[in-house]
Design a protein around this ligand. Structure first.
Ligand code: DGP
Length: 109
């Protein structure tokens, strides 16, 4: 989607450092972290929110990416959040999962 900030980030338009990337998903640090670890899991394909008609495989992929990345980073304890809708705190209307942890990232980040 043309004016979507996360579409642009996912396309590499801002040279954002990706903690993880594959053909469907990117993971990068939140610009306003609320904890020592605050990452965003973002699909490359645009969906506004969880309320959209999203393929089940992609939903599954997003959660599997949370598991994969936290395991790679050695983070055992974390919170996963999806804000859906403005009154629930969603500010970027491209679906994303927050990974928030008080554990610290190791040297690879
Ligand atoms: P939400 O409020 O659930 O829609 O979360 C959106 C998050 O995205 C918010 O915590 C800040 C983050 N964010 C917004 N713009 C950017 C950006 O340009 N780069 C990065 N890394 N994060 C962003």
């Amino acid at each position: 989607m043309e004016d979507c900030i996360f579409c642009k980030i996912a396309k590499g338009e801002f040279n954002t450092e990706f903690i993880y990337e594959d053909s469907e998903v990117v993971v990068f640090k939140d610009i306003n972290p609320i904890a020592p670890v605050h990452l965003l899991v973002v699909p490359k394909k645009h969906y506004s929110s969880l309320n959209d008609d999203i393929e089940p495989m992609l939903l599954s992929k997003l959660l599997l990416t949370v598991k994969k990345v936290t395991k790679q980073l050695g983070i055992d304890e974390y919170r996963t959040v999806i804000n859906t809708g403005e009154t629930a705190g969603q500010s970027v209307f491209h679906i994303h999962l927050h990974i928030v942890s008080s554990e610290k990232l190791g040297p690879i980040c």
